[in-house]
Design a protein around this ligand. Structure first.
Ligand SMILES: [Zn+2]
Length: 290
């Protein structure tokens, strides 16, 4: 038995809960049960992972509840399913955000309007043309230089390399945020190309599919009643889009695979959550989970 958090073998038995052996890790001090569940969860991991996968494939939470009961004979509330989605979207997003990615030379930025509880919001995204990886995404109530700067900084942080060109579509004036994040006085490596004519079509083709898929996901969501929840959902969707969804123009590869990221996704969300949990243990150092 290895520690579920840090994988250490230095674990000791500390009694049982409802007949299930409980352990404590001498290395990271975490306590956990002898079962195959995600840390601290009562439901089996593959059930949770399948539920989250269904969600980002566009299934409603009510339907997921029915399917989980039918396939696994597990009765859970819709609230619980929501909690799983939020919790693991956040965890896996943090994990994949710790990875530096090598992107291509051409990035495309765009912003699109989305409604949350009837109010207009903006979703900004940066996409790498070669890998179709969504380098960064940002949700905001306003459409300002500050919002755009957050997106650019997020994109620059994730990337190993700077792009040669950033193609900008949409109505927003990207120049100031661009200068703030990408402009270098002596070495003008990255150029901003405001789209006109053929470049405009090029960006449209690339962002269109992402927008379509994003809006499909959001449309099916009744729980989309706050900006905070929507931000968490977008994190999960970022994971789904980049790491789990094969892309037709990438010959069936995911954007992450196209970018050369060697991440095990053989069991989809289950694999990602397992890796994220181990990663989290290395981040927090000593951590008591009770
Ligand atoms: Zn441990």
């Amino acid at each position: 038995m290895n520690c579920k958090k840090c994988d250490s073998q230095k674990v000791v038995k500390i009694g049982k809960i409802k007949g299930v052996q409980r352990y404590k890790c001498k290395e990271c001090k975490a306590t956990f049960l002898e079962n195959d569940n995600f840390d601290g969860m009562r439901t089996q991991k593959h059930v949770i992972a399948v539920a989250i996968g269904f969600y980002f494939d566009g299934m409603s939470v009510r339907k997921i509840q029915e399917q989980i009961a039918y396939i696994f004979k597990v009765e859970v509330s819709q609230v619980t399913i929501h909690k799983w989605i939020m919790k693991y979207s956040n965890l896996v997003y943090d994990y994949v955000s710790s990875l530096k990615v090598e992107f291509g030379d051409n990035w495309h930025v765009d912003e699109t309007a989305i409604k949350i509880k009837g109010n207009q919001h903006w979703f900004w995204e940066m996409i790498d043309e070669d890998t179709r990886f969504m380098v960064a995404g940002h949700l905001s109530k306003t459409r300002t230089n500050k919002d755009c700067t957050i997106l650019f900084q997020d994109a620059a942080t994730r990337a190993v390399n700077k792009p040669r060109f950033i193609f900008a579509d949409g109505c927003f004036a990207y120049r100031k945020p661009f200068n703030k994040v990408f402009y270098e006085r002596c070495n003008k490596y990255t150029e901003l190309i405001q789209n006109v004519g053929i470049n405009s079509r090029r960006t449209n083709n690339i962002v269109e599919r992402l927008h379509g898929s994003l809006k499909d996901m959001l449309r099916a969501r009744r729980g989309l009643d706050s900006m905070e929840k929507t931000e968490l959902l977008l994190k999960g969707w970022f994971v789904h889009y980049n790491f789990l969804r094969p892309h037709s123009t990438l010959k069936g590869k995911t954007p992450a695979q196209a970018a050369g990221l060697d991440i095990d996704v053989s069991n989809k969300w289950e694999s990602l959550i397992d890796q994220a949990t181990k990663w989290q243990a290395t981040q927090n150092g000593v951590r008591y989970c009770e």
